[in-house]
Ligand binder design. Structure first.
Ligand code: UDX
Length: 441
């Protein structure tokens, strides 16, 4: 069975590398010539743990080929996964142009193709989109879905930084099927891929599957904003620690321990975009989603709250040097999309502070955003030198290993730990003025 994948972003490329390493022939297509070259050389075009190794093996074995010719990839395969980007439009709604463009190309290719073909929507799309893709494909191919070709919607739930692990070890596989045959074909493929592993497979219609993805991300984002709000209350209560509270709460199986880490707010390519898309979708349907709107508002303010902690600690930000440890939206990724560091740094600069920043992998992406408005250090130690305040924005492991003597390279003694990676007592005993998100005074 040959699989074609349209789009070589996180979702498409990780899927391609994983399928190819499990014995499937994969043809991946992207419009980006640089990416095509890198993939064919077995190199990952972005930082994602384990991806490089898988791509190297896939390129060597010849099981993965990248090209710019989508139509050919569809013609020469049995199943096509649509993994194109679905960015936010200016009003927060989802921009589906890449999806419809892919649908048109698939439709035109299907016209020329004999035999059954399955189209699998993998991009995150608002409910109803897969059905529109079906209409486009039917119109341009002159064929009938459910008979000549099949269409499914199978959302992905990959976390950046753990995308390869998540692909091989999903909590569940959701199959949204237009018709029974399409569902059977994709279920067979997933069963082969997960051979020997017990993975729950759920089957439903395409619209419910589209909704599952938004609801999953909405609940997770809600948990993060919820715990950040509780953190802000905790900070006003002497001696209370939101991390202890979250542990006490999370052991209740009805609640669960994950996504209760207070911090500078959520970022990344999914939560902010998906939350805005579902809010906008809901409003279009005539319903104002109050909880979801508030989740976004709390998140927006949380980054500024971290700046408040620094302002209070230093008694003002003008003329102060702030060392920012971590720029990416979370650890183990170089992704800067919607990273809380962006809002934090913009605010610090606005208030007249000087910013020096260090991130183990995200500096080159950060340069595209801040250019030369901030200083980029080559190490955490260099970043700390001469700073008035150190602010932990991303929870990279290497920062956790820093000792009080390392932090004494700063000229000041202020610490704002937005990820709570350090022990407050140890640092206070060492003479630091430590403020942590969710830590009562
Ligand atoms: C998310 C979903 O987890 C994944 O299922 C979906 O497919 C894509 O979106 P990702 O964006 O890679 O994945 O990151 P995730 O680990 O979910 O974290 C999102 C943001 O929330 C990060 O900025 C992270 O720092 C923040 N977060 C997460 C917290 O602040 N606290 C937590 O407890 C958990």
């Amino acid at each position: 069975m040959t699989i074609s994948i349209i789009g070589a972003g996180y979702v498409g490329l990780v899927a391609a590398a994983c399928f190819a390493n499990r014995g499937f022939k994969v043809l991946i297509s992207t419009k980006n010539p640089k990416k095509i070259k890198m993939i064919n050389e077995g190199k990952a075009p972005f930082f994602e743990p384990e991806l490089d190794g898988l791509l190297r093996k896939a390129a060597r074995s010849g099981m993965l080929q990248a090209s710019g010719t989508r139509a050919e990839a569809v013609l020469n395969s049995d199943i096509t996964f649509v993994c194109v980007g679905t960015p936010s439009a200016a009003d927060g709604s989802i921009d589906l142009n890449f999806v419809y463009e892919a649908a048109e190309e698939i439709g035109r290719s299907l016209r020329k193709k004999g035999g059954y073909h399955l189209v699998v929507m993998r991009s995150t799309v608002v409910p109803g989109t897969t059905d529109k893709v079906r209409e486009i494909a039917e119109k341009l191919s002159g064929k009938k879905a459910g008979k000549d070709f099949g269409i499914c919607m199978c959302p992905e739930f990959l976390r950046q930084g753990q995308a390869v692990y998540d692909t091989f070890n999903p909590d569940r596989v959701v199959i949204g099927e237009h018709d029974r045959k399409a569902g059977n074909v994709i279920e067979k493929l997933f069963k082969k891929f997960y051979k020997g592993k017990k993975v729950p497979i759920l089957r439903m219609n395409t619209v419910s599957a589209e909704m599952v993805k938004y609801v999953s991300n909405s609940i997770l984002a809600t948990k993060v904003s919820f715990i950040n709000e509780i953190a802000n209350i905790c900070e006003r209560v002497p001696n209370v620690d939101v991390y202890e509270v979250a542990e006490g709460v999370g052991l209740d199986r009805r609640i669960g321990p994950l996504f209760l880490e207070a911090g500078p707010g959520f970022g990344g390519s999914c939560f902010p975009k998906d939350m805005n898309a579902i809010v906008s979708f809901s409003r279009e349907l005539g319903y104002q989603p109050k909880i979801l709107e508030t989740v976004l508002k709390v998140n927006e303010e949380q980054a500024l709250h971290v700046v408040d902690l620094a302002r209070r600690s230093l008694g003002g930000l003008k003329g102060k040097i702030i060392a920012i440890l971590g720029l990416s939206f979370k650890s183990d990724t170089d992704d800067m999309r919607e990273a809380p560091s962006i809002r934090i740094i913009k605010k610090l600069l606005e208030e007249g502070a000087t910013v020096a920043a260090y991130d183990p992998v995200a500096a080159s992406n950060a340069r595209k955003i801040f250019q030369n408005r901030i200083d980029y250090a080559d190490s955490a130690l260099e970043c700390l030198r001469g700073a008035d305040c150190c602010m932990v924005v991303t929870e990279w492991d290497e920062f956790k290993k820093l000792k009080p003597r390392n932090l004494k390279r700063m000229r000041g003694r202020s610490i704002v730990d937005a990820r709570r990676i350090w022990d407050a007592e140890t640092l206070r005993r060492a003479g630091f003025k430590y403020s942590g998100v969710g830590l009562g005074k």
